[in-house]
Design a protein around this ligand. Structure first.
Ligand code: UDP
Length: 239
């Protein structure tokens, strides 16, 4: 089977890097990052170009000053640094299994990452390297979902794949409502009309305005990424 998508942007949440752990001092589950790396290798071996944006929620997430005592913008920069740590972890696991990678940062960190340069990122992808975009958008008050949408549009990805722990978008919260069913496909407008939270509004609007399809799927199930890339009925397609 030939892949349906030639260039993808994979958005992974930082929290998923925890696996079954509940944070503490160790924000990573090596098993889960290893599984992600293997799944990513499988699709790059098919010739699919893969860019990745990873969140930072397993390490630090910006919050309002009343909660944290830290000024919001300052905390957001801390969150962006957290995404770099996750990016480096993902990079290490991919390189270990023979996948060439480049880490590009939206905030300059010359010793560990290239600066984000759109044309260079595209060049890396064309050469078969996995490009990891770190430090979000480089701006406070944004999320890594927005970074994912923005970078996906910039590099002209065919689709943004939002890897989560649930296998798609449901009519209601499947953990609370046993009658909830999964949408195979849904339009952007239906999502808004039914108040289904796929991404934050900024990220979602960017996708909608630029006709970038979103697939929400369970990244924790090995082999799922491949099925998504092959266009099989996995997760929920928003378009
Ligand atoms: N962040 C930011 N600007 C960005 C991306 C991220 O300020 O463009 C900060 C923000 O504080 C956010 C944190 O980095 O809470 C971690 O990212 P996010 O919460 O999106 O991670 P995830 O929920 O995917 O783990």
């Amino acid at each position: 089977m030939l892949p349906k998508y030639k260039r993808i942007l994979l958005k992974l949440s930082g929290e998923s890097f925890l696996g079954n752990k509940s944070n503490g001092f160790d924000p990573f589950s090596p098993e889960i990052i290893e599984q992600y790396a293997n799944d990513i290798k499988t699709v790059t071996d098919l010739g699919v170009q893969v860019a990745i944006v990873i969140g930072g929620g397993n390490i630090y997430r910006g919050m309002n000053e009343a909660e944290s005592g830290i000024e919001r913008a300052h905390g957001d920069y801390m969150g962006m640094l957290a995404t770099m740590i996750n990016g480096m972890a993902m990079q290490a696991m991919l390189e270990k299994i023979g996948v060439y990678t480049r880490l590009q940062s939206a905030i300059k960190m010359e010793q560990i990452a290239e600066p984000y340069i759109r044309r260079k990122a595209i060049r890396h992808l064309e050469k078969g390297r996995v490009v990891i975009f770190g430090a979000g958008t480089g701006n406070p008050y944004f999320t890594t979902d927005t970074a994912g949408s923005l970078r996906a549009i910039e590099i002209k990805a065919d689709v943004i794949l939002k890897g989560t722990r649930v296998d798609g978008i449901y009519t209601a919260d499947p953990e609370k409502d046993l009658t909830a069913t999964r949408y195979e496909k849904i339009t952007y407008h239906e999502c808004i009309g039914r108040n289904l939270k796929v991404m934050d509004m900024t990220a979602f609007t960017l996708c909608m305005e630029n006709n970038l399809p979103i697939i929400v799927f369970d990244m924790n199930k090995p082999g799922n990424l491949l099925e998504v890339v092959l266009g099989m009925n996995v997760g929920t397609l928003v378009s």
